[in-house]
Write a protein that binds this ligand. Structure first.
Ligand code: NAD
Length: 240
């Protein structure tokens, strides 16, 4: 088991990619704190404890910090997987309500998670942060201006943290999932998913576990010389 003895925190772990990450980390021996905006967690396989946390809420992050302090004040792995994509608006018609909501969860939420973890682990490392961005953080599809803005920010916030704390035992890397079979994708118009699928060289949708396996690699010590890396897990989408 690659992550024996480590404490990992995963956001957005009620379902989808976050849940798959929580279970994969637990399978590798980590003790996992799974969090989500939902008050109650689903059932999990393995050593997984559930806490409610809206990633956009400073107060919720303070409670999570207290929970980590109660576990000894150290966190080894942080996976920021929470994300939303409720509107597909382009820049001409995006509302401030949608813009603020998406940036609050997808961008500010990742910053607050990294702030909580780095503040605790500075001088105590190692800490491995894995952020979940998107292919739409690196290349453009049509519309979804707020989602693109937030996911691009996640990539460069990750690089900033990697460079800033590289000598202090803190690593930060980012995964860019392509089209992955989750509720987020199932809630979108089939025509929209068909376009992304048609542009995916492997010609298939990915499974949340295929993202989780990348998270396990970046979270653990086998990637000890990797920081600031941007890892697409996208069936070849961003290679084009
Ligand atoms: N599925 C894909 O094709 C795909 C592709 C690229 C990137 N992503 C990214 O992967 C991540 C996971 O997405 P998914 O596909 O599993 O989606 P999902 O909708 O199935 O799961 C997202 C989870 O985040 C939680 N969440 C939403 N708002 C939250 C908040 N304010 N605080 C805490 N938790 C919150 C939801 O409750 C849910 O459990 C997201 O960041 C998403 O943008 C997904």
């Amino acid at each position: 088991m690659k992550l024996q003895g480590k404490l990992a925190l995963v956001t957005g772990a009620y379902r989808g990619i976050g849940k798959a990450c929580a279970e994969a980390l637990a399978r590798e021996g980590a003790r996992v704190i799974a969090t989500d905006v939902s008050a109650q967690g689903p059932g999990y396989e393995g050593d997984v404890l559930y806490h409610q946390c809206d990633v956009g809420s400073q107060a919720d992050w303070e409670r999570i910090g207290e929970a980590i302090d109660a576990e000894g004040g150290k966190i080894d792995i942080l996976v920021n997987a929470a994300g939303v994509a409720p509107t597909k608006s382009g820049v001409h018609d995006v509302t401030m309500e949608d813009w603020d909501f998406i940036l609050r969860v997808n961008q500010t939420g990742v910053m607050l998670g990294m702030r909580m973890a780095t503040a605790r682990m500075l001088g105590k490392g190692p800490l491995s942060i894995v952020n979940i961005s998107s292919i739409w953080g690196q290349v453009a599809g049509t519309g979804q201006i707020a989602y693109h803005a937030s996911k691009g920010a996640v990539i460069n916030m990750t690089r900033n943290v990697a460079v800033t704390y590289a000598r202090q035992g803190i690593r930060a890397n980012v995964i860019l999932p392509g089209l992955i079979d989750t509720e987020m994708v199932r809630a979108q118009k089939p025509e929209m998913n068909a376009v992304t699928l048609a542009l995916t060289p492997m010609g298939r949708i990915g499974h949340p576990n295929e993202i989780a396996e990348g998270v396990v690699y970046l979270a653990g010590d086998t990637s000890s010389f990797v920081t600031g890396a941007v890892l697409p897990i996208d069936g070849g989408f961003t290679a084009q």
